[in-house]
Design a binder for this molecule. Structure first.
Ligand SMILES: [Zn+2]
Ligand SMILES: [Zn+2]
Ligand SMILES: [Zn+2]
Ligand SMILES: [Zn+2]
Length: 213
């Protein structure tokens, strides 16, 4: 800091489009306060000078933020360990997490869905998501290691289907399994034909005479 500025103080100039100022005598710069303005429909503010953004706390009316619509519920499990269904004690909203609680077996997940269907059939359409359907179908079916659904998987999907829950997702899964069965039997045919050709070339079939078939 030069003598002049020490004696008389800095001569500040605001920098355009920046929230800072510079002394036109000694060149010292320092930041100054942003001019925050609330952004409509968001829990965020934007500085009208430099454009910087910052988020602000939501203002909840019940379980919903009055500005951005963000929801915060107070969920409790409805059936203890038997199902993963949760209910908000404040507003009464039901919720089934995409990430189901860990269960020791795949069978355990299916049991959970069966219990859920039998206890809460009326609210299934509002809680069952596409992701849940993929939780019903064991991974090895999706990964094409198994070509059909187990009895229990079939039963649960049928019950959901009857209630009009996620019918498109269920149709998709069934179509995919059918498709796979078809393409697999095709490729099996293909393999047999190639083996046949190879053997025929070596003269193994029909005592060396290749059949006309
Ligand atoms: Zn200065
Ligand atoms: Zn600013
Ligand atoms: Zn908010
Ligand atoms: Zn709530």
């Amino acid at each position: 800091m030069g003598f002049l500025c020490k004696a008389f103080g800095h001569k500040w100039e605001r920098l355009s489009n920046k929230c800072s100022r510079r002394c036109r005598v000694c060149g010292t710069t320092e930041t100054i306060e942003h001019q925050w303005q609330l952004i409509e429909g968001q829990c965020a503010e934007k500085c009208t000078v430099c454009g910087k953004r910052r988020s602000i706390e939501c203002t909840f009316d019940g379980c919903k933020c009055v500005r951005c619509g963000n929801e915060k519920h107070s969920y409790v499990y409805v059936d203890g360990d038997a199902t993963d269904l949760q209910l908000c004690t404040k507003c009464g909203k039901y919720y089934l997490s995409r990430d189901l609680r860990t269960r020791s077996t795949e069978e355990g997940i299916l049991d959970m869905f069966e219990t859920l269907i039998s206890l809460h059939g009326d609210i299934l359409p509002q809680i069952i998501l596409t992701d849940h359907i993929y939780n019903v179908i064991a991974y090895d079916v999706i990964a094409a290691k198994r070509q059909q659904l187990s009895e229990k998987e079939e039963r649960i999907l049928n019950l959901l289907y009857e209630r009009g829950v996620q019918t498109k997702a269920i149709d998709d899964i069934r179509a995919r399994i059918e498709e796979r069965k078809k393409s697999r039997s095709l490729s099996n045919d293909e393999i047999r034909r190639q083996e046949y050709d190879a053997n025929a070339d070596e003269g193994i079939f029909h005592g060396g005479v290749r059949g006309d078939k």
